[in-house]
Ligand binder design. Structure first.
Ligand code: AKB
Length: 330
């Protein structure tokens, strides 16, 4: 018994990120910046390399490399030189921008992901590639409480490329033993400004317009329900998933539900804090995209397999977002 007790007490705490050297490709986007900070806290900033194509100035806590993910040899050089063994491949062109530049979206989202997977395969690295609610689409799936396994007939180039990412990643796992994992993110809301290239990004932009202009013209109709999550919760869930023991994960791709609401409900929560705030609705091409996506998501497999849980109200969420916004905008 004494021996067993000794062994349990001295066994180092271990998880899938433990002792890893991590590359975050696409580190300057909405999710990249906070995720780099969170990963640095887990593995130490000396073990994280952040990379992005953009030359935008962003304060990062770790070493930085310029990287266009479509350039496979540069990608491989960074992974090998920094002895990376966990690739977090975030680089992607989102739904709205993708519809404007479909060829660019195919090259970044498909070629970039294949490059990352081939490097992970060659260099025996783990790899996380996020997916999205945009993989759903068409008329043959349940739009309420959409399950993880259902018909995937996306109508945007972004959704199509992400279905491909999910399937080729799973194939690389089955064929070559690559530890590939993916979460289908809902719309992510931040307290920071970033490039609003997605369909769900009205939910962040609305706060800055409320504070700076007192009014907002929303590109989605008032009753457009979509699944959403606050960035801090998304990062917390992602870290939990990156750390999860591979043996616990019964599948390679998981749903993440967040909370479902529409622009009218979000505006009403903001008006509780900024009573003079006015909203108009002028749906554009993004309405059709939003209408093709789930209204709510079933993420019970995530709860079961890796302990994910999330429970907030729209009012709580709106308060969190507003509280998190830099005072210079208030
Ligand atoms: C988008 O709106 O394109 C993204 C997403 C749902 O993946 N936020």
């Amino acid at each position: 018994t004494a021996n067993l007790l000794y062994r349990t007490q001295t066994r180092p705490f271990s998880h899938a990120l433990h002792g890893r050297r991590v590359l975050v490709a696409g580190c300057k986007g909405q999710i990249g910046v906070p995720l780099v900070h969170a990963i640095c806290e887990v593995v130490g900033k000396e073990n994280v390399i952040a990379a992005d194509i953009s030359d935008k100035k962003v304060a990062l806590p770790c070493q930085y490399e310029q990287l266009d993910v479509t350039d496979g040899s540069r990608y491989d050089k960074i992974v090998s030189e920094h002895k990376i063994d966990y690739i977090v491949h975030l680089a992607a062109i989102l739904s709205a921008l993708g519809e404007r530049f479909p060829d660019r979206a195919t090259s970044v989202n498909v070629t970039g992901c294949i490059n990352a997977l081939n490097i992970a395969r060659e260099r025996k690295s783990r790899i996380f590639v996020p997916s999205t609610i945009a993989v759903f689409g068409g008329d043959h799936f349940p739009k309420i409480q959409t399950p993880v396994d259902t018909v995937l007939q996306p109508t945007t180039i972004y959704g199509i490329s992400k279905v491909f990412n999910e399937m080729i990643g799973t194939y690389y796992h089955n064929k070559f033993g690559v530890d590939f994992r993916s979460i289908r993110y809902p719309g992510v809301i931040s307290s920071e400004k970033y490039d609003f290239n997605g369909t769900t990004d009205y939910s962040t932009e609305i706060f800055f317009h409320a504070l700076e202009k007192g009014q907002y013209k929303c590109w989605l109709a008032p009753k457009t329900n979509l699944p959403m999550i606050y960035i801090d919760d998304c990062i917390k869930g992602t870290i939990q998933f990156l750390k999860a023991d591979g043996a616990q994960l019964k599948r390679k791709v998981y749903n993440m539900a967040g909370i479902s609401f529409n622009p009218e409900e979000l505006a009403a929560s903001i008006q509780k804090m900024i009573p003079s705030f006015k909203v108009e609705y002028e749906p554009d091409f993004r309405q059709k995209i939003a209408d093709s996506w789930p209204k709510s998501i079933d993420d019970s497999e995530s709860k079961k397999d890796w302990g994910w849980s999330y429970d907030v109200t729209v009012d709580d969420l709106a308060k969190k977002i507003l509280d998190g916004i830099d005072p210079q905008y208030k």
